[in-house]
Design a protein around this ligand. Structure first.
Ligand SMILES: C[S@@+](CC[C@H](N)C(=O)[O-])C[C@H]1O[C@@H](n2cnc3c(N)ncnc32)[C@H](O)[C@@H]1O
Length: 412
């Protein structure tokens, strides 16, 4: 979509085209396009409306029902923060006393809208003219145009003395090709702007890729990793007076609500910012011991935040290999920070022995977990030639350096 097509969609004819496209979207695109053209819509408008309707359907997973009124681009949607994560961040900013916020590179406005919903006045800056126009339209559609305004320009030139806090979610894609970039120096705005921002604005939050190298975390900043339904979705750096702990893992699952959850294990949550969180130094090392009856597979946010030792303390557990983040304990404890398996068998890895054991147990279906093993789970599944009727969990790992396979079943 270009700016002209966007403007056409904002006319009464464009709104009617969008409504018609919404009715036919989701099926075969050729049939949908033909239906719109046979209803008398010009081809260009029909195509733009259909693309928008398809993007809105896709965006529902990230933004919920609000997606139905949003204006989107594919790259903007891919880079946008999902609503539950943006709302949590906004709530934490509000609780920290932030009243005005600069969103430096606001994209389609997912984070800015969340902050505005929390009552924060947001000044969005966006370099791409179409994206800036869409963000402004999204503010209007959400009824938040008085709290979230957008200017099209270079975020690095924004006067940050005007605001209490700055948020930056740098683009991690190469302009033009849309390819992901992994080197923070290739982010836009660039990494040195981001780190300098943290020094210039007393309250700064930076959203970064979850694979961020810990060595890049600015001294004194809090680094938070966030997972949603078991998927690691982002990391954020909380700088200046927003930093509360060195490391935090935030685990969002169905049922957690921005104003609901309480921590089940781990340190208390920060202020009003609720959710299931584990915090710590990120520098502690878990004690090493033998495999025990229960294995815990920590959530990826806990692992990336280097909080496995803190979780081990909560669970009274040990690791069985200094470099592998599986925890072992004598008792099962309910925790949102890890999956728990009951281990029934431990054997040194040998395909022949494993096959014999699974045959003896009449195992026909396996889920395969692995940490510290080079084995390819799907290849192993084929090689096992399972024929029984029982389910089992297989864990491919190392114990005290030795390739080991554990057989077990999920707890709870
Ligand atoms: C990752 S996206 C932001 C997504 C946003 N947080 C959301 O959840 O919707 C980054 C945005 O920064 C914009 N951008 C990159 N460099 C910029 C700059 N120097 N000034 C302003 N915007 C910039 C890009 O065009 C892109 O839309």
């Amino acid at each position: 979509m270009d700016l002209d097509q966007f403007r056409a969609l904002r006319t009464p004819e464009g709104s009617a085209a969008l409504a018609a496209a919404t009715r036919v979207a989701g099926g075969d695109p050729l049939t949908a396009a033909a239906a719109l053209r046979s209803a008398g819509l010009p081809a260009g408008l029909a195509a733009a409306a259909l693309t928008q309707a398809e993007l809105r359907r896709k965006a529902a997973g990230k933004f919920g029902p609000a997606a139905a009124g949003m204006f989107l681009t594919r790259p903007g949607l891919e880079q946008a923060t999902r609503r539950e994560v943006a709302d949590r961040r906004a709530e934490r900013l509000r609780a920290a006393g932030v009243r005005t916020l600069a969103d430096l590179g606001c994209g389609l406005g997912a984070d800015a809208l969340a902050a505005a919903r929390a009552g924060i006045r947001v000044y969005g800056v966006e370099a791409d003219p179409l994206t800036a126009a869409l963000a402004a339209a999204n503010a209007e559609a959400a009824g938040l145009a008085d709290l979230f305004t957008v200017e099209c320009g270079d975020a690095t030139a924004f006067d940050v003395t005007r605001v209490d806090a700055a948020f930056c979610d740098p683009a991690r894609r190469k302009a033009g090709t849309g390819r992901r970039v992994f080197d923070p120096n290739a982010y836009s705005p660039p990494w040195d702007f981001v780190t300098d921002l943290a020094e210039r604005v007393p309250c700064t939050v930076v959203k970064v890729a979850p694979g961020l190298d810990h060595a890049l975390i600015p001294p004194g900043a809090e680094a938070e990793w966030v997972s949603v339904r078991g998927d690691l979705v982002e990391a954020a750096l909380w700088c200046g007076r927003l930093a509360e702990v060195p490391r935090r893992a935030t685990v969002c699952r169905d049922g957690d609500r921005p104003s609901g959850g309480q921590p089940t294990t781990g340190q208390p949550t920060a202020g009003q910012f609720t959710g299931v969180q584990l915090t710590g130094s990120g520098a502690a090392e878990a004690a090493v011991g033998p495999v025990r009856r229960y294995l815990y597979d920590p959530d990826p946010a806990v692992v990336r935040a280097h909080l496995v030792a803190e979780l081990a303390t909560e669970l009274d557990a040990r690791i069985a290999d200094p470099s592998i983040a599986y925890l072992y304990a004598d008792t099962p404890v309910r925790t949102p920070f890890a999956r728990c398996l009951e281990i029934t068998d431990v054997l040194p890895f040998s395909l022949k022995r494993l096959r014999a054991l699974l045959r003896e147990r009449r195992v026909g279906r396996v889920e395969i977990l692995k940490r510290g093993s080079a084995l390819e789970p799907e290849q192993l599944r084929r090689d096992l030639r399972l024929s029984g009727d029982q389910p089992a969990s297989l864990v491919l790992t190392r114990v005290a350096g030795a390739p080991t396979v554990l057989l077990g079943r999920p707890v709870g």
